[in-house]
Ligand binder design. Structure first.
Ligand code: AMP
Ligand code: ZN
Length: 493
């Protein structure tokens, strides 16, 4: 086990409203579940921020030496418009509008989601389960909830009885809402007449004849409620009691509140030790959101093809910008903010580029060991990345002073400095060195050169099938070979 574990990590638990000492249920292991996207459209940058917050948390926990099982689901059924119990399924609606199969929608936007995450250098989760792949588990859960008396069946649909549940449990324990206030503030909506009370929520919905995504169940041909999938999948892969459950702040209520209620009703306990919520990304002072149209997609920001920003930004600059705010603070996406981050990021990369060329001496004029501890202290204080970055910049300042001769460093301290800064910048914050990234194109050129030579050899051996195969497969990968008298060159698209 890494010696960093002696550092005391604290995490803010939404349930207690306090920063708590992080003590995993099983020593050395962490189970973490994060609600994934509903794959009915391209993810916007707000979605990216939430997933990035948990990517950073995943990275730091791994860095501390924990074996982390990170489960992040894909919602591919059951999430209705307006996060409600009535209305059309988000994916089915998009499929109807585009006249294609719902599963084509799911596939298209799952691929988009993965591409975006790759662009921003995310680590893949350990398991990425889908709602449609866990219908049987969800049906079993509903049955337990019915058997325990906390759900009722009406016209083929099953609803969770919030009032009954609240007699022996606390509905609102996570979001700090009171059922009485909810009753007071809820108007009965049309189409909810099946429910005993408007606060009840669907566990299973009977499908209308036109509803494409449907499964057989003891109650009707239908589909599961949105909150149920996460209850089923989190406990299936992480056990009846696991360490961390995360998601965006907006999921606290009703989604996570309902998850707790479902688990309590089925198994008699909240399975989560630490509930963690990431704060929202804003644009023009309002929450970024698909439904209001106030959003920007990653592709638009990366290409510069948008009316909001003055230019294109590199994915690591955007990541650096996001890491400059605490995951629990609201962050407003602005051109000025991104431009400032771009400068800061460049300064950081420049300093890292200098480290290997610095002269060492007999003494150090900066306490590198204390500075390293400050980096850990920042992260151990509920993953405080802005303080971490400010501390890393103390290291940057020192590097620049060593370079211009106004400070000195021993070779031992220089290696601590290098290791610490690279670990936090690349492994924990997940940033990518832009100058190293460029050398990726040199590597590509080298690899294509090898293939060009193999093709030349194949032609000399009159193996034209092989030479054409190399040319065609490279073309499919977006690399065109251009033959001329001088030899073969290549272009990429
Ligand atoms: P959805 O696909 O709508 O279920 O959202 C996927 C994730 O993105 C959820 O964890 C949301 O809480 C999160 N999210 C949605 N909008 C924003 C935003 N503006 N800023 C940060 N996270 C967001
Ligand atoms: Zn969820």
């Amino acid at each position: 086990m890494s010696l960093h574990l002696s550092h005391q990590l604290k995490v803010y638990n939404t349930l207690s409203g306090e920063k708590e000492i992080f003590q995993p249920i099983t020593d050395g292991y962490v189970g973490m579940y994060v609600c994934g996207p509903t794959v009915y459209s391209n993810v916007h940058l707000g979605n990216v921020r939430t997933f990035m917050s948990f990517d950073m948390i995943f990275r730091y926990l791994k860095h501390l030496g924990y074996k982390v099982r990170y489960v992040r689901n894909i919602t591919d059924a059951g999430h209705l418009e307006n996060d409600a119990d009535v209305g059309e399924d988000k994916i089915t609606k998009k499929a109807r509008l585009e006249a294609i199969e719902p599963m084509e929608i799911v596939q298209r936007y799952t691929v988009d989601f993965h591409n975006v995450l790759n662009t921003f250098n995310f680590l893949p989760p350990s398991i990425e389960p889908t709602a449609t792949g866990h219908i049987i588990e969800q049906i079993d859960l509903i049955q337990s909830i019915i058997d325990n008396g906390f759900a009722y069946v009406v016209n083929g649909s099953v609803y969770f009885d919030v009032h009954k549940y609240n007699e022996s449990n606390e509905y609102g324990i996570l979001s700090k809402r009171k059922l009485e206030d909810l009753i007071h503030n809820t108007r009965a909506l049309d189409g909810q007449s099946d429910k005993k009370n408007p606060q009840d929520f669907a566990l299973w919905k009977k499908a209308e004849p036109t509803h494409i995504m449907r499964w057989p169940s003891p109650w009707s041909d239908g589909f599961p409620g949105w909150h149920l999938e996460c209850t089923a999948m989190s406990t299936k892969y992480l056990g009846e009691y696991f360490d961390i459950h995360g998601g965006g702040m907006d999921l606290k209520f009703p989604h996570h509140e309902c998850e707790i209620a479902q688990n309590q009703a089925a198994k008699g306990q909240d399975p989560v030790k630490y509930w963690m919520h990431a704060n929202m990304l804003e644009l023009n002072g309002a929450r970024m959101s698909k439904s209001t149209g106030n959003y920007i997609n990653p592709a638009e920001l990366l290409s510069g093809d948008n009316d909001i920003m003055s230019k294109a930004y590199n994915p690591s600059v955007i990541r650096f910008f996001m890491m400059q705010a605490s995951y629990r603070s609201i962050l407003d996406l602005t051109d000025a903010g991104l431009a400032a981050s771009e400068k800061g990021f460049q300064r950081l990369m420049d300093a890292i580029g200098l480290i290997d060329h610095l002269k060492t001496g007999k003494t150090s004029s900066f306490n590198v060991t204390d500075w390293k501890q400050k980096c850990y202290d920042a992260m151990n204080d509920d993953f405080n990345t802005p303080i971490l970055i400010a501390t890393l910049f103390e290291g940057v300042k020192y590097i620049n002073q060593i370079k211009d001769g106004s400070a000195t460093v021993t070779s031992e301290d220089l290696s601590i400095l290098k290791e610490t800064i690279e670990t936090f910048v690349f492994d924990v914050l997940g940033l990518v060195n832009i100058s190293k990234e460029n050398s990726g194109s040199d590597k590509l050129a080298g690899a294509v050169e090898i293939l060009i030579n193999l093709r030349k050899e194949a032609r000399l051996n009159k193996d034209f099938a092989m030479s054409d195969k190399i040319r065609d497969e490279l073309a499919e990968a977006g690399i065109q070979l251009n033959d001329s008298r001088e030899g073969t060159t290549f272009t990429t698209n």
